[in-house]
Ligand binder design. Structure first.
Ligand code: PLP
Length: 386
């Protein structure tokens, strides 16, 4: 037997209670009970988003919701700004290219944060920019961008701020309204603790103005049609929803509410710190800044002389542990631990312990238990339940 541990930044482990909820008999989506569930899920998502804006739900992966943001906000030839610092920033570029936007690209080194001052300068240089696209947690590098600062800058202009918070929402504090995030994209399979398949967007009144005047044709991802159907006393989805995922999301949000958002963030902060201290105690180097708020992912440089591709493969095939590798140009150069969503103290211990054994197997000198011991010291000091 090989017991499996899913320690990636998406998909993430799903709580047993949530899996049971997803296994309930499927109900019909045009029935009053479904309206109740949808209404509860939307209210719960607003709690997690810390928003009073409209929240729309789509049956798609996170990229679908990202694409929905581009088609609803941008017409061919429109000026947009993309501030990218990783693989998912590049996705904003690809989506905007696909839909014919005129892109100003601020391309930051992978492993660094987006510089808000450069966004301010780019917006000042081109007042026609309609939308600014950025990541909150750039999952490919573990970096978390300063959305509060970016929100202040973009909020002072006519442009809307579009944030991909797919791996950050529900892990690190992101008060959507307070920080002026006009469109906030999230996905179900990260800190929202359900399987892949649902994606969410929170849309501000400022963004709605742009959406309502945008001539780009759209159908499945039309936000206006979605809002019309998803709001009110008899809320439904325009098309057949992923009913079981919706039931699962309702349960997962109930758990998030029980823990309390502040405790959820505090737990992620402790787990992120424990993981990072463990990595450093093993003599490994973090990739990117050692940021106390980068709580979804810990990215680690592959030590010199080690074949990076083998770390994840051995962890998976011999130890049953799924870790994430490097993406795009970081393939083979880094590996990543996920700790967003249904993660607790011993997930960190399992991940670090596995890495010690894998590295030893690959011939890297390992001081047994060094990473685990360092993590334990952080975990033991935690004042929040892990
Ligand atoms: C920050 C970020 N953006 C976008 C995506 C893409 O989401 P999906 O794979 O659900 O389409 C991911 C998934 O890992 C992500 O972490």
């Amino acid at each position: 037997m090989l017991k499996r541990y899913l320690l990636t930044p998406g998909p993430t482990p799903v709580p047993p209670e949530v899996l049971l909820a997803a296994a309930e008999p499927v109900i019909h989506h045009r029935a009053p009970r479904f309206t109740e569930i949808l209404t509860e899920v939307v209210a719960g998502l607003k709690y997690v988003y810390q928003t009073t804006n409209d929240v729309l739900i789509f049956a798609s992966s996170g990229t679908g919701a990202m694409e929905s943001a581009v088609v609803n906000l941008v017409a061919p030839g429109d000026a947009v700004l993309v501030a990218s610092c990783g693989n998912f920033g590049e996705r904003w570029v690809k989506l905007n290219k696909t839909w014919g936007a005129a892109i100003t690209l601020l391309d930051f080194d992978w492993g660094t944060r987006v510089d808000p001052a450069q966004i301010a300068a780019a917006l000042q240089a081109n007042s026609k920019i309609k939308a600014v696209f950025v990541q909150f947690s750039e999952t490919s590098t573990g970096v978390v961008n300063d959305i509060r600062a970016i929100g202040e800058i973009v909020g002072a202009t006519d442009a809307v701020l579009v944030v991909d918070a797919i791996s950050g929402l529900g892990a690190t504090d992101l008060p959507t309204d307070e920080w002026g995030v006009d469109v906030c994209v999230a996905g179900s399979q990260k800190a929202l603790m359900i399987p892949p398949g649902l994606a969410y967007v929170a849309v501000s009144p400022k963004a709605w103005k742009l959406v309502e005047s945008n001539p780009t044709p759209r159908f499945y991802f039309d936000w206006v049609a979605a809002r019309k159907k998803m709001t009110g006393d008899s809320a439904q989805t325009p098309y057949t929803p992923a009913v079981s995922l919706m039931v699962a999301q309702n349960k997962a949000i109930e758990m998030i509410r029980e823990e309390g958002l502040a405790n959820v963030f505090a737990r992620h902060r402790v787990l992120g710190r424990a993981c990072k201290e463990g990595v450093k105690a093993l003599g490994l180097e973090l990739f990117g800044p050692d940021d106390p708020e980068a709580n979804s992912v810990t990215a680690v440089k592959v030590p010199a002389g080690i074949d990076g591709g083998k770390i994840g493969k051995i962890a998976r095939d011999e130890y049953g542990v799924w870790l994430a590798g490097g993406q795009g140009k970081l393939k083979g150069q880094i590996f990543r631990f996920g700790h967003c969503g249904y993660f607790g103290a011993f997930d960190i211990i399992v991940g670090l312990s596995c890495v010690e054994m894998v590295l030893a197997e690959l011939g890297h000198p390992v001081k047994w238990g060094a990473s685990v011991g360092a993590a334990e010291q952080v975990l033991m000091k935690s004042e929040v339940k892990l």
